[in-house]
Design a protein around this ligand. Structure first.
Ligand code: GDP
Ligand code: IMO
Ligand code: MG
Length: 430
């Protein structure tokens, strides 16, 4: 049985949560492998409408085991709130296991994320302000605190004593804010650790046994390939590798064990936060894509910010497909394009006298490229009730086929609405 990595293939918010919810009933194990509560995954299923930030979207299936892997950064308070909300709505959270190796987002990470953003002024990244960048920076600097540390009084106190000294110097001398109390922080995080203790464990045996027994495993990506720390639109990226390599590293699964990489692509483009966006639109066409007033409007799930919108960018998507070895794509939100008379796809970037096939590395060049568009006829027919590929209007079939051809991957799933059953499965994933 396969191990499938489901990854965002644009700037996040491609509809990953909904697809994991659909596929979870066929998987035995769902693993969130990276990012933190910067993610916002929407799930609409017969149990209701949910917004998940840290809990894997497989939590709604009673037979699926859910793991938060070592590559995730965890704000324990945010996770506890999420678990309480789910429990209050009758969802069992018993089958959730949290890696003891995952790093903790501490209060100084959140503070520093926000203070650094303020100090960047016009050059701000537009982070979610959840402490993600500073937490990953400390992990790499080997000054991080891990979930296991919250369960050991002495380790936590010793780690905190060293780390807080440095953080408090930063907070007071560089940013002129108040220092954090060692005593209060220690007691608070010890308590948070206790509250999560029943879930914190070594997740490796759970993952390895599932793979050994050939059970279907789904790796749930957060963010998207264009927010990747190495391959994204740096510096306007997140601080982790959200792609296929990040899935291996963040879950602890070797690349030889991954059978398929399913890339999720929205039928158009969106981006929340700052940074270059070659196919960005303004005006009435943007309004159609934003779908303001609808439950699936392009408004950030985590921060409530309005998402920037634009045409599908095949130059960016092809690059993400190639660097992540995406073999199959899911195309979501096709229904959003239902009313448009014509639809554009960016097939190249004009740069002076040449047309680039791949995105240039720098913000300056990416902001200067002029998208080369191909224009396809729209279908002007509602698709949200359709369940078979051949029920779709010819123009919609052609649009989807063109995207697959341009990015170089086979079609797996089309989604035509936010609900679980509003999907057209073209190829078998599990
Ligand atoms: P994620 O971060 O990739 O899980 O995506 P988000 O949940 O942040 O954003 C996707 C939004 O689109 C949510 O409001 C979903 O309910 C909605 N959505 C997902 N797929 C579809 C679809 O095919 N059609 C429509 N209209 N909405 C969708
Ligand atoms: P999901 O999983 C969309 C963006 C932020 C910002 C940049 C850096 O829902 O697809 P960070 O807080 O990570 O340091 O912010 O990355 N970003 C996302 N955008 N969807 C997400 O997650 C995102 N996670 C981070 O808006 O531009
Ligand atoms: Mg999201």
């Amino acid at each position: 049985m396969p191990v499938v990595a489901l990854i965002g293939a644009q700037w996040g918010d491609e509809g990953k949560g909904g697809l994991v919810d659909l596929l979870a009933s066929r998987a035995r194990l769902v693993i969130r492998y990276g990012g933190g509560n910067n993610a916002g995954h929407t799930v609409v299923n017969p149990l209701g409408s949910f917004k998940l930030h840290l809990v894997p979207s497989g939590i709604f299936d009673p037979n699926t085991v859910n793991v938060i892997g070592p590559g995730v950064v965890i704000d324990p308070e945010a996770l506890l709130n999420e678990l309480r909300d789910l429990q209050a709505r009758g969802i069992s959270t018993e089958r959730l296991f949290i890696s003891e190796r995952a790093h903790v987002i501490m209060p100084y990470h959140v503070q520093l994320d926000q203070l650094q953003e303020e100090s960047r002024g016009a050059g701000k990244i537009g982070t979610t302000g959840r402490g993600i960048g500073p937490a990953y920076a400390d992990k790499m600097s080997r000054t991080g605190i891990r979930m296991a540390d919250l369960l050991h009084e002495e380790t936590l106190l010793n780690r905190l004593r060293t780390v807080l000294e440095e953080k408090n110097r930063l907070l007071t001398r560089l940013y002129n804010t108040k220092p954090l109390s060692l005593h209060d922080t220690y007691l608070r995080y010890l308590d948070l650790g206790h509250q999560l203790a029943e879930h914190i464990t070594d997740v490796h045996p759970i993952i390895y046994r599932a793979i050994e027994k050939d059970l279907p495993v789904l790796l749930e990506g957060a963010q998207g390939g264009l927010l990747d720390i190495d391959h994204g639109t740096y510096p306007y990226v997140t601080s982790s590798p959200p792609g296929a390599a990040g899935a291996c590293q963040g879950a602890g699964i070797g690349p030889t064990r991954i059978h398929s990489v399913l890339g999720v692509l929205k039928a158009y483009s969106t981006r929340v936060g700052e940074g270059p966006f070659p196919t960005e639109l303004e005006g009435p066409e943007a309004d159609v894509l934003r779908q303001i007033g609808m439950p699936w409007a392009e408004v950030g799930t985590t921060t409530g910010r309005m998402r920037r919108v634009g045409w599908f960018d095949a130059v960016m998507a092809r690059y993400v497909v190639q660097v992540n070895g995406i073999d199959t794509v899911a195309i979501t939100k096709l229904d959003v394009l239902d009313t448009l008379p014509t639809i554009k796809i960016c097939v190249g970037y004009r740069m002076v006298e040449t047309v680039l096939e791949y995105p240039p590395a720098t913000t300056a060049l990416l902001s200067a490229v002029e998208p080369v568009y191909e224009e396809l006829p729209g279908w002007q027919t509602p698709t949200s009730g359709m369940r078979q590929f051949y029920d779709l209007p010819n123009e919609a079939q052609a649009y989807v086929a063109r995207i697959c051809h341009l990015v170089g991957a086979r079609l797996g799933i089309i989604s035509v609405g936010p609900e679980r059953e509003q999907t057209i499965e073209v190829a078998e994933i599990f």
